[in-house]
Design a protein around this ligand. Structure first.
Ligand SMILES: Nc1ncnc2c1ncn2[C@@H]1O[C@H](COP(=O)(O)OP(=O)(O)OP(=O)(O)O)[C@@H](O)[C@H]1O
Ligand SMILES: [Mg+2]
Length: 251
């Protein structure tokens, strides 16, 4: 079972889109996929048409030890999802005061099998929810929008990852950086790509996710890109990303 943390403390870079659509692409490659929503915004949950506010228990209850992951899992056509709700913001505050607050998710995942991939969608910060994901997972996938300061925020992220490795999870490895919302005709996009390549080498994945309006539209229909627009550039790019990740493990 590969456990992949989709992470970038910068907001709006495509973490949730990547978790949903990479998950759907892997499922179409006959992989069994579990998605975990660790963001109080619950965008992943709503993107898949799951009405979190109608559910009695979600990710927060799991982290507080009130129930197991499998008690709250929801099934879509081809994905298993542990939903979040806005209540997760309160859970993060409550977690700060409990024991083993950093290892709650790791413990919840310990008994889980029957999946090929677990993908975790993190909030845009390096707080306790993200920390739980980094302690629980073994691979990092970092979506980056190829714009000004992208490299700088990547540097900060890698510092944090180094600290997590040293203190909590020596197994955490960078599987790859994936460029999102890429626009080849923009010089800044091409330059940023080159800079990231110079700095991170092979950690920059070959697949880039192009800017594609269908990817922005799909969540409002509660659908992944393969259900919404299977012939779009977005579907082609996420399929390629899935194939690339199946070819390569963590670096
Ligand atoms: N390749 C793309 N082309 C066009 N729009 C995209 C693409 N990827 C993501 N978007 C849109 O950009 C916005 C931000 O994407 P997304 O929610 O995936 O980012 P995020 O990193 O999860 O954000 P947050 O940090 O708030 O959790 C969304 O409206 C999404 O639909
Ligand atoms: Mg998100």
């Amino acid at each position: 079972m590969r456990t992949i943390v989709v992470l970038n403390q910068k907001g709006g870079v495509g973490k949730t889109s990547t978790t949903v659509n990479l998950g759907a692409a892997l499922a179409r490659q006959k992989q069994r996929v579990l998605l975990l929503d660790l963001d109080p915004q619950a965008h992943l949950t709503y993107s898949l048409g799951i009405m979190a506010h109608q559910l009695p228990r979600t990710m927060g209850a799991v982290l507080m030890g009130e129930c197991g992951l499998m008690d709250v899992v929801r099934e879509t056509a081809d994905l298993s999802v542990v939903p979040a709700s806005v209540a997760l913001a309160g859970t993060e505050v409550d977690l700060a005061g409990v024991e083993r607050r950093e290892t709650r998710l790791k413990e919840a995942l310990a008994g889980i099998d029957g999946y090929d991939f677990v993908l975790m969608d993190c909030p845009p910060n390096l707080g306790l929810l993200t920390l739980n994901a980094m302690v629980a997972g073994t691979e990092l996938l970092v979506p980056v929008q190829p714009e000004f300061l992208a490299l700088q925020s990547l540097g900060k992220l890698m510092e944090t990852v180094g600290a997590i490795r040293a203190g909590w999870n020596p197994d955490l490895a960078l599987t790859g950086i994936v460029l999102t919302r890429y626009q080849r005709h923009k010089k800044l996009n091409r330059e940023t790509r080159r800079n990231i390549r110079d700095y991170f080498g092979d950690a920059l994945l070959e697949t880039t996710i192009r800017d594609n309006i269908s990817l922005a539209e799909a969540p409002s229909f509660g659908q992944d890109i393969f259900t919404y627009k299977p012939r779009s550039n977005g579907a082609a790019d996420y399929r390629n990303l899935a194939l690339e990740l199946l070819r390569r493990g963590a670096l």
